[in-house]
Design a protein around this ligand. Structure first.
Ligand SMILES: [Zn+2]
Length: 151
């Protein structure tokens, strides 16, 4: 699989998202990662309105309200996140089919194993995707990849 350009995420934002995924168990958690261009600054939790534990659903009413707030503060949606409580951090065919905007990346938090896995993808169309490496910004100016190595 070829890789797309990396996305930078602040360490505390990554941690907030993983915590949200954990609190949402046994359901899937979901939310937006907002910021500018390819830099994620803030995590915005959303309410999963699906009754099915193995899916997530966000009504357009909820999304519209959040999106108007995001544009009001001059930020954009960099990625949408959802969690996979018991499967790997790979988009399902349903995830690909339901992804609405190819400019928005898809982040999946997998809680399959004790240590959560976080992956970011660029969705090319409703069938195909590329992984975007996630660069974690520790706030000290030093950036590390998901394995903690300096980049
Ligand atoms: Zn999924």
């Amino acid at each position: 699989m070829t890789h797309a350009d990396p996305i930078t995420i602040k360490r505390h934002v990554l941690n907030e998202m993983i915590e949200h995924a954990t609190y949402s168990l046994p359901s899937e958690g979901c939310g937006l990662l907002i910021g500018q261009k390819r830099k994620i600054q803030t995590f915005l939790p959303l309410i999963n309105e699906s009754k099915d534990e193995n899916q997530f659903k966000i009504t357009s009413k909820q999304l519209e309200r959040v999106l108007s707030a995001v544009s009001f503060i001059n930020q954009e949606v960099v990625a949408i996140y959802h969690s996979h409580p018991s499967t790997r951090a790979v988009p399902s065919s349903l995830d690909l089919r339901n992804h609405m905007d190819t400019d928005v990346k898809m982040i999946i938090v997998s809680l399959k194993h004790l240590k959560p896995t976080v992956k970011c993808y660029e969705i090319l169309n409703h069938l195909d995707y590329k992984e975007c490496p996630l660069i974690i910004d520790n706030g000290s100016g030093k950036e590390v990849n998901e394995n903690g190595k300096k980049v």
